[in-house]
Design a protein around this ligand. Structure first.
Ligand SMILES: Cc1cc2nc3c(=O)[nH]c(=O)nc-3n(C[C@H](O)[C@H](O)[C@H](O)COP(=O)(O)OP(=O)(O)OC[C@H]3O[C@@H](n4cnc5c(N)ncnc54)[C@H](O)[C@@H]3O)c2cc1C
Length: 404
């Protein structure tokens, strides 16, 4: 076992850190306040080969391991959470499902859109009545000849309205029969595919969360990524999505590290009663506690990323329990770290003049999006207890029937 970074991994971190200090940090408030997508940053990341760095070489990417994308994401998040999420979704998320299970043509097209146009694929799972209980989703993809006709509504879809590539989870219906949940690609601009409400979100406002509406939206059968096939197809889709949980945790980690660094600097400048804040033991212990939480989260996240095994087509799949532990612990503990960091600033930290109030709003998201903390705890508990006894069939237990 070796906890050292490789020289090329240090180079990635240095590259993104430099970019973060010079380009991301000065503009982070702008994307947040204007609800503006950080296209400038997306193009910079694309030009440096960081978007889609996990895409295999045969599709124009660098075929880098998941851990490298995690390191880039964590580093970017120290300066701008929204920008870091672009790295997650151009290296993990929908991309993982498409690269693992999609056709050769789909992989080629989606990879090219990311690498050339900085497209950030969207993944449409959640519906107004199906969030954690994702197996209750109602969107239908009904087969008509060599097409599928989609009807339904998704909400809270990250990048909805911007993304060209949209991977939509739907029930596959053939000859009136429900075959189960599968995934199908719907390109922006397809007739019958429109956008509804854009959420007024608490944080990460540089990327919109949007309602996707499908009304008799026809797509060719060649757009099917995973055909609905009972529980198996749903399991495959969720497996492909597992890396996203690790990436999301890396954003939370970077935000916490960034906030912690700001607090340390502040405490070495700010004085009360003629003493630096850094001299008070009570505050030192709060910072020591934060340091431990950051390192624990980092170890869980890096381990989940490093232990990722290969799905079809070399897509890296983290172990479900390891990914869930990284996300459950990481998102909660990193929220605490950012909150305690803000505390060091007193009223200054509560003002929009300081980046730390934005970081606190941003980091809160990771206990919800990409599967809530409770959903992760359910999955971890299942892994713990499934070895000891067989679960009773409980229709309300979404962890058994499948949840985020
Ligand atoms: C910023 C943001 C971005 C998002 N991006 C996307 C996206 O790109 N694509 C997408 O498809 N979705 C996205 N989502 C949606 C997100 O995945 C869902 O919000 C999440 O899965 C929870 O679903 P819900 O909001 O319907 O809550 P619910 O499922 O209604 O849950 C409500 C509460 O009950 C708890 N709960 C529910 N069931 C159980 C249970 N069985 N045991 C214990 N506790 C339980 C939950 O943990 C939660 O605290 C995003 C959400 C946010 C906030």
């Amino acid at each position: 076992m070796d906890f050292q970074l490789l020289p090329e991994q240090k180079e990635i971190i240095d590259l993104v850190d430099n970019l973060g200090r010079k380009e991301f940090a000065p503009k982070a408030a702008r994307w947040d306040q204007n609800h503006e997508y950080p296209w400038e940053n997306a193009y910079l990341l694309r030009d440096l080969g960081l978007l889609g760095m996990t895409i295999p070489k045969e599709y124009g990417g660098q075929g880098r391991p998941l851990i490298d994308a995690v390191l880039a994401t964590e580093t970017a998040a120290k300066y701008c959470g929204a920008t870091a999420r672009i790295l997650v979704e151009t290296n993990m998320g929908a991309l993982g499902c498409i690269m693992a299970y999609g056709t050769e043509e789909q992989r080629k097209v989606v990879a090219e859109r990311i690498l050339k146009d900085a497209d950030k694929p969207a993944i449409g799972m959640t519906e107004p009545d199906a969030g954690t209980a994702l197996t209750e989703l109602k969107t239908r993809a009904e087969k008509k000849g060599n097409k599928y006709v989609l009807n339904g509504t998704k909400h809270w879809i990250t990048g909805g309205g911007l993304a060209i590539t949209n991977l939509i989870f739907a029930r596959f219906i053939e000859d009136g029969k429900d075959l189960g949940i599968g995934g199908i690609l719907v390109d922006k601009g397809t007739p019958g595919f429109t956008f509804g409400k854009v959420e007024q979100a608490m944080g990460l406002r540089g990327i919109p969360e949007t309602e996707l509406i499908f009304e008799d939206c026809e797509v060719p059968a060649s757009n099917v990524v995973v055909h609905g096939d009972g529980n198996e197809s749903f399991k495959n889709l969720m497996n492909g999505y597992n890396a996203q949980r690790v990436g999301a945790s890396a954003v939370a980690l970077g935000l916490a590290q960034g906030a912690h660094n700001l607090a340390v600097d502040w405490m070495l400048k700010r004085q009360t009663f003629g003493r630096l804040l850094a001299e008070y033991q009570g505050l030192q212990w709060m910072m020591a506690d934060a340091e431990i939480k950051i390192e624990c989260a980092r170890l869980l996240i890096y381990r989940a990323a490093c232990n990722a095994r290969h799905l079809p087509n070399n897509v890296m799949l983290p172990h479900m329990k390891e990914a869930s532990m990284a996300k459950a612990f990481g998102s909660h503990a990193m929220f605490e770290v950012v909150s305690e960091s803000l505390q060091m600033f007193g009223a200054y930290g509560y003002s929009q003049d300081m980046p730390i109030e934005r970081m606190l709003r941003d980091v809160r998201m990771f206990q919800i999006g990409g599967g809530t903390t409770q959903a992760q705890m359910n999955m971890i508990a299942r892994a713990v207890f499934s070895r000891k006894f067989t679960y009773r069939q409980d229709p309300a237990d979404t962890t058994k029937t499948g949840s985020k």
